[in-house]
Design a protein around this ligand. Structure first.
Ligand code: DX5
Ligand code: ZN
Length: 226
């Protein structure tokens, strides 16, 4: 089995919308997905709190699909390498919290993880266009980070298009991820604007049939991914 899934487009359900006391049961519902999106929040970088390395380590133990860790925390220089150490396939940190995103990404890659940067809705991508090859993923937040169940912000799409143009023009293998308010409707807009990796919390876990929801999201995205 390849370490990183090759299917396109990728659908990464966010376990922020799962039942935290039945995590293993809920992880079993999403085995048809590409990676499991794991939101780490520190009640400081964002006004919400989830879990840390101990919980993520257990998720790593029991998950049948690789982990896509999204760190919404201060001081990622201190904490992010620990998640790579746990074996997470992908570790994404926020540029707003990082003192040197390129240096941190290099450390994560050296540890065998894919290295991602995340941009809040108001954060410009321009500073990172020149150094895109230093990263394996750029996460364009399509809501303000912190909570599930918010509405998709279409005003983030020009930034996504700029990133897609840069990735394509340079022939880079950088995944472009969207996160927040992704539904079977909004996924079309995000795919048309250049996303290839889609996080969905509520749309998957609030569905009666998470596996069918994943399949539908993948189908909708595939119609528009280019
Ligand atoms: C929000 C998190 C998201 C969240 C998305 O800060 O980063 O991953 O779980 O949830 P939905 O899909 O419900 O908007
Ligand atoms: Zn997230």
């Amino acid at each position: 089995m390849p370490r990183f899934p090759q299917s396109m487009p990728r659908i990464n359900p966010s376990i922020l919308a799962a039942d935290f006391v039945n995590m293993e049961r809920d992880l079993a519902k999403i085995v048809s997905a590409d990676l499991v999106h794991v939101d780490v929040m520190d009640n400081h970088f964002v006004p919400n709190l989830t879990f840390g390395p101990q919980m993520v380590g257990r998720i790593q133990d029991v998950s049948q699909i690789p982990l896509d860790v999204h760190l919404m925390i201060d001081d990622p220089e201190r904490w992010a390498p620990g998640y790579a150490e746990l074996g997470a396939a992908s570790v994404t940190f926020h540029v707003e919290a990082s003192s040197d995103p390129v240096a941190l990404a290099r450390r994560l890659r050296d540890m065998g993880a894919r290295a991602g940067i995340a941009l809040k809705p108001a954060t410009n991508a321009d500073d990172f266009l020149e150094v895109l090859d230093e990263f394996d993923q750029v996460l364009v937040m399509t809501v303000e980070p912190g909570f599930g169940g918010q509405s998709f912000m279409p005003e983030t799409m020009p930034k996504l298009r700029t990133l897609r143009e840069a990735v394509t023009a340079r022939g880079l293998d950088v995944w472009l991820q969207v996160d927040g308010g992704i539904t079977e409707e909004t996924i079309t807009t995000a795919a048309q604007s250049g996303a290839d990796t889609f996080v969905a919390g509520s749309a998957v876990f609030r569905s009666d049939d998470p596996s069918a929801a994943i399949a539908l999201l993948r189908e909708r995205a595939a119609e528009h991914t280019h």
